[in-house]
Write a protein that binds this ligand. Structure first.
Ligand SMILES: Cc1ncc(COP(=O)(O)O)c(C=O)c1O
Length: 494
């Protein structure tokens, strides 16, 4: 079993002792086998290599290996090497160490501060997840990306393999700044953009820059718990604000600011997460004006700007910010792929400088090779072409899902076809139990996130989210039929 992992040097701690050196080596290896560091089948280093590592004579290692083989701990295969015996049953029983046998301690020997309040990262194994708001990575421009990666690395190895700037590779910052100016109306230059490892890192940097324990952050009461988790970890108190068909209720926000000093509001104005409502023009103006007057920051998360189907995308609030209050966060997770961890922020310059400094503490810099490769996709127009193609596909999938739901589920569901985003927010009919429906689906092996999953208060509400982007028409048809089949479980007496 010549697994590469077995080719590492094997440093061993050798006790001082009166025993001959070869025996101390063989005892030490036995101890590592007992601890589980060396597993059955693992390859031991060649005698010459181990002798070099331990700075002993090779004959000493050969003597140790001979003893191990003689006791049945190892087996040697000519020309292949020495391996921990694959058949150690009675040896293991005899050798079972006293006390816990886990290699890494479970107990903590100091006070671990209490874990974060919310398990935001626990989406775990819930596939197939009908509520996924992700793109269809089967459509991603894999070959152009691979070619660009190869090209930039071949052409610029010294630039890309050395330390670079924590703000991100200038080539990608320039491409993003160009996109933000042209497509989103932001008056930004290359230096106004910070590239992050996904927008999640941008949220973390915003929190580090803005928050101290006890600060109040207003959030959408049905919203994005991955952002809430970050703010809570920085000691913020969250103030949930209602959301309706026109997005965040700025009247309620204003009422809150009469009672409480706000440090920031976190908002998803383009396609509210998860309802997809677009924040109305009047509320945008009201929010910016309120923030200016009360001096709090607006964290604008524009995570899926590219995917807007009805009319033109609405320009970000950041594009009209003259007061220096908006931190604008975007992501390439939807337009390229979530596994390519690229996000970006632009903010008033002093804020951005601090965010860059924090970023350098978390991670010296990003992956400049991938940043450059993606910059090349922008420069060649490849990413823009991909975005247009993907938008057409998702638009068609949205329409397919809307038709299928209306045909198959009729009055059991009501919804507005989402004007943008990758998901649809549905309301179940009177008398239907949305949680019972979701659990019937779970019995059938499918996961549906209901409003409870997105609600700050965790209360049951008669809504759920359906993703359409990652599924083709055949798959969407299957999900809709499954929804219909399980509907009976959600009906009174069903
Ligand atoms: C509200 C919101 N913000 C941001 C993101 C993107 O996060 P990231 O760029 O860290 O993958 C998502 C992805 O689902 C999202 O739903």
């Amino acid at each position: 079993m010549n697994r590469p992992v077995d080719r590492w040097d094997l440093p061993l701690g050798l006790d001082a002792g009166s025993e001959p050196l070869f025996r101390r080596i063989s005892r030490s290896i036995v101890e590592e086998i007992r601890r589980g560091r060396l597993r059955p089948g693992a390859r031991l280093p060649g005698s010459r290599t181990l002798a070099n590592t331990l700075r002993v004579h090779r004959n000493t290692v050969l003597a140790a290996y001979e003893e191990l083989a003689g006791e049945g701990w190892t087996e040697s295969t000519p020309a292949r090497g020495t391996f921990v015996s694959g058949a150690l049953p009675e040896v293991r029983r005899r050798a079972a160490p006293a006390g816990p046998s886990r290699p890494a301690p479970e107990a903590v020997g100091f006070d671990l501060r209490s874990a974060a309040a919310r398990d935001a990262c626990g989406s775990g194994s819930v596939a197939p997840l009908l509520s996924l708001g992700v793109p269809d990575v089967r459509l991603a421009p894999v070959m152009p990306l691979a070619r660009a990666f190869r090209r930039v690395l071949r052409d610029r190895p010294e630039d890309l393999l050395s330390y670079g700037h924590p703000q991100g590779h200038p080539r990608l910052r320039a491409a993003l700044a160009g996109m933000l100016r042209t497509a989103r109306g932001l008056a930004v230059e290359t230096d106004d953009v910070l590239v992050t490892s996904g927008s999640q890192m941008a949220l973390e940097l915003a929190a580090r820059t803005l928050l101290k324990a006890g600060d109040v952050v207003a959030i959408e009461h049905i919203g994005y718990r991955h952002a809430w988790q970050v703010f809570e970890q920085h000691g913020a108190t969250l103030a949930p604000i209602p959301v309706d068909a026109a997005g965040l209720d700025t009247g309620a926000l204003e009422a809150l600011t009469e009672r409480t000093a706000l440090r920031a509001v976190y908002v998803t104005p383009h396609h509210q997460y998860p309802t997809t409502a677009t924040l109305s023009a009047a509320r945008r103006i009201a929010l910016l004006e309120l923030a200016r007057r009360k001096r709090f920051a607006v964290i604008e998360d524009d995570y899926d700007h590219e995917f807007h189907y009805e009319g033109r995308p609405v320009l970000p609030m950041a594009s009209t910010d003259r007061a220096g209050i908006v931190l604008y966060i975007g992501s390439l997770a939807k337009v390229l792929a979530p596994g390519v961890r690229l996000g970006y922020v632009t903010a008033p310059r002093p804020v951005l400088r601090q965010m860059v400094a924090h970023r350098a503490c978390i991670e010296r810099q990003g992956e400049h090779t991938i940043e450059c490769a993606v910059a090349e996709l922008f420069e060649q127009g490849e990413l823009q072409r991909h975005a247009r193609r993907a938008r057409r596909v998702y638009h068609a999938r949205r329409d397919f899902l809307v038709r299928a739901l209306r045909r198959e589920l009729g009055s059991a569901l009501s919804f507005e076809p989402p004007c943008g985003g990758l998901t649809l927010w549905a309301t179940v009919g009177d008398g239907l139990d949305v949680e019972a429906w979701a659990s019937r689906l779970r019995e059938q092996g499918a996961t549906l996130f209901t409003a409870r999953h997105y609600a700050y208060d965790g209360r049951v509400r008669p809504h759920f989210r359906l993703g359409f982007a990652p599924f083709d028409e055949r798959e969407l048809g299957t999900w809709v039929r499954l929804l219909k089949r399980t509907l009976r479980g959600a009906s009174p007496g069903g």
